[in-house]
Design a protein. Structure first.
Lengths: 92, 140
């Protein structure tokens, strides 16, 4: 096992632990914005996972998935924020 | 050699993302949690994608990785601002040891407006005087 393999394996382990902690916050809440923040972090962690996967298996096209995921996570966060404010068509 | 550098960059990025997740789990209220996730999360993802760009060093892959990093850095502050604003307007409780809430008493939930910041300046001065009170007495 080369040093490269060892370090990338460590990256996967660390990211898995981070996913687990973000998931605990997603379940525990306590308020809806907390869950939205946890979801955003989950999306960001998944982008990191895809990056590690791309290097580990050498499948560069998967990076497109990471790009779309980052885009949809941003849209989801903004949509949730609008929903939470319960704005009624304010023009700000 | 370039493989090891790339792997180390990814390890550093994963470490930052771990810190972000630790922050979101352990911090006491919403704004401190966002403080952890927004900054450490974006930096972690950026470092990991930098590792990808360095590992392949191919115009297509590197351009995509850089595009993701730039996009994340542009959108993360906007999303965090929107969520933080929505949470404040919702009335999500702050941590009990919060030192300063600059909008305290200025947001009117009925009209959805912010009042001007006239009284706050006076409050701040009073606080400053009271903090320096002990030192002033000691001087006298």
């Amino acid at each position: 096992m080369s040093a490269f393999d060892f370090i990338l394996g460590l990256v996967f382990v660390i990211l898995s632990l981070a996913l687990l902690m973000a998931f605990v916050r997603l379940v525990r809440g306590p308020t809806l914005p907390d869950r939205v923040v946890a979801l955003e972090l989950l999306a960001s962690l998944t982008v990191g996972f895809i990056a590690a996967h791309v290097v580990w298996y050498g499948r560069a096209p998967l990076l497109d998935v990471a790009m779309v995921l980052a885009l949809t996570a941003f849209l989801a966060a903004v949509g949730f924020a609008r929903y939470l404010e319960r704005g009624e068509g304010r023009d700000d | 050699m370039i493989e090891i550098v790339s792997a180390l960059l990814m390890l550093l990025g994963a470490g930052f993302m771990f810190v972000a997740a630790l922050g979101v789990l352990r911090m006491p209220d919403l704004l401190t949690r966002m403080h952890a996730t927004t900054k450490a999360g974006v930096l972690g993802a950026g470092l990991m994608l930098l590792g990808v760009a360095l590992y392949f060093w191919d115009i297509g892959v590197t351009a995509r990785a850089v595009a993701i990093v730039v996009f994340t850095m542009l959108t993360a502050p906007v999303a965090a601002h929107a969520i933080g604003r929505a949470a404040y307007i919702m009335g999500v409780p702050l941590w009990r040891h919060t030192v300063k809430d600059a909008l305290q008493g200025q947001y009117d939930s009925a009209t959805h407006t912010l009042a001007a910041a006239e009284t706050v300046a006076g409050d701040e001065q009073e606080t400053r005087e009271s903090t320096h009170d002990g030192a002033g007495k000691a001087g006298r």
